[in-house]
Design a protein around this ligand. Structure first.
Ligand SMILES: NC(=O)c1ccc[n+]([C@@H]2O[C@H](COP(=O)([O-])OP(=O)(O)OC[C@H]3O[C@@H](n4cnc5c(N)ncnc54)[C@H](O)[C@@H]3O)[C@@H](O)[C@H]2O)c1
Length: 392
């Protein structure tokens, strides 16, 4: 199959690698020749390292590189079955590129966007045949992260959706189907991991190190929220939160934090700038968490129930299926468990009770428990069968 990838930046090069390693002919397009040269060299290095680590053979390396043509020439897309756009996050530029793609590809070629924050409907609106548009959202780094969110918009035909999912499945990825709504699954449901941690810090309950300790110690998360925000970059993480907040018409659940905004304004981006919530200079000893187990458990439970509430909201609003919401959080952000399964393990009544006590204390809409969670708890209290519970 011939696959087009537009944009040879961070995501484009990773997507091209995945497609090429799955025996597709890949046309990787970038307007900038220097970027193309760098992408080619970068990919050669990555594949050589994989050969050194005996993850792939020398033959597979050569074959993968031979499968990719690095070019600025859009006409090379002519026989592509699928083109995935991964250029800068700007609607006007994406519109120009989408029209350019449509002018050279065949009528049945699927045209996809890897956008993180723009609606697929708005990107596809520029196409003459908008039924062929779909979102195919990879996670960074694309060759390592198993999750891919597939986003049909109001224009997408069911055939295009099915074909896109079949292609991504055949690349060994975990494809989940998501409604065209802000943040899709992962960037929506994960917001409280950062937002509630920042809020707990701002309330003076604990410092960064203690909050991080609580989430790894009690929750089994690989990284605590502040370590993770420093890793992602506070500039990027703050912008995602702000974008989701605005896209949800300023729903207070997604309200960004002043602490993170100030860190961003100060250039305290995290690892990449040498300083974020933590100082990454050499010879600096890191702060020691206060390992008070009562505080730790309170922090973990408060963040977890907020995450669960968000997962319930995505389910309630039919953003995705129960299974896909859990798969997305496990494979898109490496959560130790799916949030909806986690909720059942804790007991839905326990989750609701904790949310209710936060809502009572603060009186803020941010803490309102999701109606589906409330309904399920009330059904359960009138003791319906387990099978009925599992149909939600
Ligand atoms: N970086 C991430 O973690 C991440 C994760 C998921 C999705 N995304 C999304 O993927 C897309 C790309 O992000 P990125 O981080 O790879 O960006 P990037 O800046 O690393 O790369 C973008 C590339 O597009 C090229 N480009 C710009 N205009 C072009 C055009 N008209 N034609 C061809 N090439 C053009 C640029 O030269 C650049 O190389 C964005 O929509 C972003 O929201 C990013």
């Amino acid at each position: 199959m011939k696959i087009g990838v537009i944009g040879a930046g961070t995501m484009g090069i990773g997507i091209a690698q995945v497609a090429a390693q799955n025996n597709n002919q890949v046309v990787l397009i970038d307007t900038n020749q220097e970027v193309l040269n760098k992408a080619q060299k970068g990919l050669e290095n990555i594949l050589s390292k994989l050969v050194e680590k005996q993850k792939i053979s020398e033959f597979q390396k050569v074959e993968t590189l031979n499968n990719i043509s690095f070019t600025s020439d859009y006409s090379e897309l002519n026989e592509a079955s699928l083109v995935i756009e991964a250029i800068i996050e700007n609607l006007t530029v994406k519109h120009t590129v989408f029209s350019q793609i449509e002018s050279v590809v065949s009528n049945d070629c699927i045209i996809a966007s890897n956008t993180s924050s723009l609606s697929i409907a708005s990107i596809g609106s520029v196409l003459k045949n908008a039924n062929r548009v779909v979102g195919i959202h990879f996670f960074n780094p694309a060759p390592l992260m198993a999750l891919v969110e597939i986003i049909p918009s109001v224009q997408t035909s069911s055939e295009v959706l099915q074909k896109s999912k079949a292609i991504i499945d055949s690349w060994g990825k975990k494809a989940v189907i998501v409604k065209d709504t802000p943040g899709f699954i992962v960037n929506r449901v994960a917001r409280p991991f950062y937002g509630e941690a920042l809020r707990i810090y701002e309330e003076g309950i604990a410092d960064f190190a203690t909050i991080d300790w609580a989430m790894t110690e009690f929750g089994g998360f690989k990284m605590g929220p502040f370590t993770l925000m420093d890793y992602i970059g506070n500039d990027i993480n703050y912008t995602v939160t702000e974008t989701v907040f605005e896209a949800f018409y300023y729903d207070p659940r997604f309200k960004p934090s002043f602490t993170q905004k100030r860190h961003k304004e100060a250039g305290y981006y995290g690892r990449k700038s040498g300083k974020g919530y933590y100082d990454y200079s050499e010879d600096i000893s890191q702060p020691i968490p206060n390992k008070d187990r009562n505080i730790g458990r309170y922090i973990f439970e408060r963040i977890l129930v907020m995450l669960i509430n968000e997962a319930f909201d995505a389910l309630y609003m039919n953003v995705a299926s129960k299974e896909d919401i859990d798969i997305a959080m496990q494979f898109g952000v490496n959560y130790p468990k799916g949030l909806l399964v986690w909720a059942e393990e804790l007991g839905l009544d326990v989750v609701l009770q904790k949310l209710n006590s936060l809502f009572d204390l603060f009186g803020e809409d941010r803490y309102r428990p999701n109606p589906l969670l409330k309904r399920l708890v009330s059904i359960k209290s009138t003791s319906v069968t387990k099978a009925e519970m599992e149909t939600f």
